[in-house]
Write a protein that binds this ligand. Structure first.
Ligand code: GFB
Length: 323
């Protein structure tokens, strides 16, 4: 077990995002007193010299590397250059600085899109690079796979204690609710909410509704990240998920029942379905002793409450945001 206790100097790289803000809440709840953060304006994580300078000045002992340029299927398929450049640079500079100014441990977070499009389900850690990737997010997936390989290479050559974890699709407070760049679950919450507010009873869902997806609440993920940082000690990445999935149609019906029960669904098949299925095998995580706690319906209800309470400042809903 790794001693990650409350007086450790912990850097959360990407603290303003969906995952980073959940990790801040988790560390705060556990009484951590030296949590280090830097906004994009204070520190461009793509700039190696700036990141080195920051590490030299702040000397973090633990790093949660959860920063990145992220988005849903449409954002990924229309902005491949941003997704591959930003994410490769962010992972490379932070991992390298964590070696130059030695940290006790670094946990890097990837994504379940790293697995092959036709990967046998549920997807096991050893299935990585066993087949072609899904086209809609290949750039992002390559960058995330490079992050895993970076951690393994620094571990092998320099003995760095760098580990990586692959979470499934995430949702929860502080999500991106824009209709163009967001992931499916917050997009559906926003769409049903706007339809109800505007008196419309038809809601468009992208694709055919037949792809299957697994969803983990981001507070569960933050709990898993701290657990893995304390208990996991292997070069190979570890999957983090619920081990349960459903179709996009079933998800849309669940969101509808919670937000706008009278609405009908219309499927826009001009939009891409993406990967048919990407259910994670979470056997290794369960064997380590961690399981998720927040069920999907309960999680959607609490996420919708958060959206209603933070409507005026939720990311992606600012006036003129991509609607
Ligand atoms: O969440 P999503 O954008 O990302 O799409 P992926 C999941 C499925 O939901 C696709 C459908 O089949 C979409 O066609 N969908 C239905 C919608 N309505 C909507 C909608 O209004 N918005 C969106 N976004 N989708 C992502 C990767 O793949 O998974 C990321 O692109 C990341 O890089 C993330 O890895 C975890 O699950 O298809």
């Amino acid at each position: 077990m790794i001693e990650l206790n409350r007086d450790a100097r912990v850097f959360v790289a990407g603290h303003r995002g969906l995952v980073g803000s959940a990790i801040l809440r988790k560390l705060d709840a556990e009484g951590f007193s030296q949590v280090l953060t830097a906004t994009r304006e204070q520190l461009d994580l793509r700039d190696q010299a700036a990141v080195n300078y920051w590490f030299r000045a702040n000397r973090p002992e633990f790093v949660f590397l959860v920063a990145g340029t992220v988005g849903g299927i449409l954002a990924n398929s229309t902005r491949p250059a941003e997704f591959i450049y930003d994410n490769m640079m962010i992972h490379a500079t932070v991992v390298h600085a964590a070696h130059l100014f030695p940290v006790r441990r670094l946990l890097y977070l990837g994504s379940s899109c790293i697995y092959p499009r036709e990967c046998p389900q549920p997807m096991k850690e050893e299935d990585l690079l066993s087949g072609p990737l899904e086209q809609t997010n290949e750039s992002y997936a390559i960058a995330k796979i490079a992050g895993i390989k970076l951690c393994q290479a620094y571990r092998r050559q320099y003995g760095c204690d760098f580990i990586s974890a692959m979470p499934t699709n995430l949702y929860g407070p502080n999500d991106n609710f824009s209709l163009k760049s967001s992931h499916v679950l917050p997009a559906l919450i926003r769409r049903f909410h706007d339809a109800k507010a505007e008196g419309r009873d038809e809601v468009v869902v992208w694709g055919t509704g037949s792809p299957r997806r697994e969803f983990l609440h981001v507070d569960d993920l933050a709990d898993a990240c701290v657990f893995v940082a304390r208990h996991y000690d292997d070069a190979e990445h570890i999957n983090i998920g619920t081990g349960e999935d459903l179709t996009i149609r079933e998800l849309a019906e669940m969101v509808r029942d919670i937000v706008h029960p009278d609405a009908g669904l219309t499927f826009d098949t001009s939009k891409p379905d993406g990967t048919p299925r990407k259910l994670l095998d979470v056997g290794r995580l369960h064997d380590l002793g961690w399981r998720h706690k927040i069920g999907l319906r309960e999680g959607i209800e609490s996420s919708y409450r958060w959206f209603l309470e933070n409507r005026d400042r939720a990311r992606g809903t600012e006036p003129g945001a991509a609607a």
